[in-house]
Design a protein around this ligand. Structure first.
Ligand code: GLU
Length: 425
């Protein structure tokens, strides 16, 4: 008799754009969206693919690949960050652009979805090379961006300085001053108070609401954070000051753990001084898997895509997963976590604080009228709490997880706008 061979493990499709489409289709099916509209909303409206020749410091010319994708602009100008990373691909940028569409709609701000990226390792470029690369990219995308067209912002490994160069390049080419063409700018160039902390602050607001829902006392909770960049490090600091115990964190180089809770302010200083969390006094070193699988109440993936997959979802012990990163959880992992009763606060809700305060920055720039930080933070809190409740209500009504709930809410809003505007011509 033939012996049945063991089942071949099904390889998960980790292409971010395929994942984004799958998330879209799952929710669109619940909405009974008409096929034409479904096709319109599942693909990006426009993809700009660029070759960027840059003169390096040694006199040679190097050519970088760059992208700007506009997914949907039915509810307002495109909005979304620019990523500088060696792992950037067109499909990743397409996924990130579509998540921006759904993110802006989830929190109900009048903006569409876009994203940009350059395949590069900015840590290996000199400041001059980084500036020339940024200005060349800004000039190339100037044909599709603008305060009423598409408004870039920071994302992984880009910052206020890079936004300032984009703003300057665009303004020089336009022969004027256009601060509203990018957000996440330095405060003295028309940036908004609170923007730098907004992604983390927004994430903490929805964590607070989720804790209430799950009967977890945030002040006595334990937290593990993967990623110690803008979102992860500031979330650690905010949660530490809320009284939560941050027991584990990692950055791209290494991870550290202390079951009794890390001294986050000291850790921030250590990272600033040494460039990494590694070797932080009073902590033990741990690897990436241990950070994700740590025994804790709240897990915050704050790095890159595809960190929680079918391969490790079963070992996640947190009760709440708050996605400060974009796309950290795959659809297969979502199912496993949902079955386990883990509440996943999806990226398009959990990290929407960043784009929400970007929206506030754009409004302030257009009005040339700037708000106090407590006004910004109060407005952000209102948006995040309302959106959490909207998503929870949708998830409950349709008996689905929070991600599908958020997608249903967002797709419905974008569908109404697209349908009402009609198809041109
Ligand atoms: N890059 C951030 C995000 O993924 C912010 C985008 C923005 O502010 O436009 O949401």
């Amino acid at each position: 008799m033939a012996i049945a061979s063991p089942p071949v493990p099904v390889q998960e499709d980790l292409n971010p754009f395929h994942i984004a489409k799958q998330q879209f289709e799952t929710a669109a099916a619940k909405l009974n969206l008409e096929p034409g509209l479904r096709a319109m909303l599942s693909s990006p409206r426009r993809c700009l693919v660029l070759s960027l020749p840059i003169r390096m410091d040694d006199g040679t010319i190097k050519v970088f690949d760059g992208y700007r994708v506009q997914h949907n602009v039915a509810r307002g100008p495109g909005k979304g960050g620019i990523r500088y990373h060696p792992g950037v691909t067109l499909d990743e940028v397409k996924a990130l652009a579509s998540w921006m569409t759904w993110k802006c709609a989830t929190v109900n701000i009048p903006l569409g979805g876009a994203k940009g990226g350059i395949i590069c390792d900015p840590h290996k470029l000199s400041k001059g090379e980084l500036e020339r690369l940024t200005r060349r990219y800004a000039a190339e995308i100037s044909v599709i961006i603008g305060p009423d067209r598409d408004i870039p912002a920071p994302d992984v490994y880009t910052d206020g300085q890079i936004m300032a160069w984009i703003m300057d390049t665009f303004s020089m080419m336009a022969g004027g001053s256009a601060p509203a063409v990018v957000t996440g700018k330095p405060i003295f160039l028309g940036g908004s108070l609170g923007r730098n902390e907004a992604t983390a602050r927004g994430c903490v607001f929805v964590i607070r609401e989720a804790c209430r829902e799950k009967n977890i006392n945030l002040k006595h909770s334990t937290v593990s954070i993967q990623g110690f960049g803008n979102a992860g490090s500031i979330a650690a600091d905010l949660l530490y000051h809320e009284g939560a115990k941050v027991i584990a964190v990692s950055d791209s180089k290494s991870g550290v753990m202390n079951q009794r809770g890390l001294d986050v302010p000291a850790l921030l200083k250590h990272k600033q001084k040494t460039g990494s969390v590694a070797g932080f006094p009073g902590s033990e070193p741990i690897d990436n898997a241990k950070v994700l699988e740590a025994e804790c109440d709240i897990l915050i993936p704050a790095a890159l895509e595809n960190q929680i997959t079918a391969a490790n979802a079963d070992r996640i012990k947190a009760k709440i997963v708050a996605e400060a990163a974009n796309g950290p959880t795959t659809p297969a992992a979502d199912q496993i976590l949902h079955k386990k009763g883990v509440m996943v606060l999806p990226d398009i809700l959990a990290n929407a604080g960043g784009v929400t305060v970007s929206y506030f920055e754009w409004v302030q720039d257009l009005a040339a009228d700037f708000w106090d930080e407590d006004v910004v933070n109060k407005k952000l809190e209102k948006v995040m709490v309302r959106s959490f409740n909207d998503v929870l209500a949708m998830a409950t009504t349709h008996n689905v997880d929070m991600r599908t709930g958020a997608f249903i809410l967002a797709i419905d809003r974008v569908a109404v706008a697209t349908r009402t505007r009609g198809v041109w011509p």
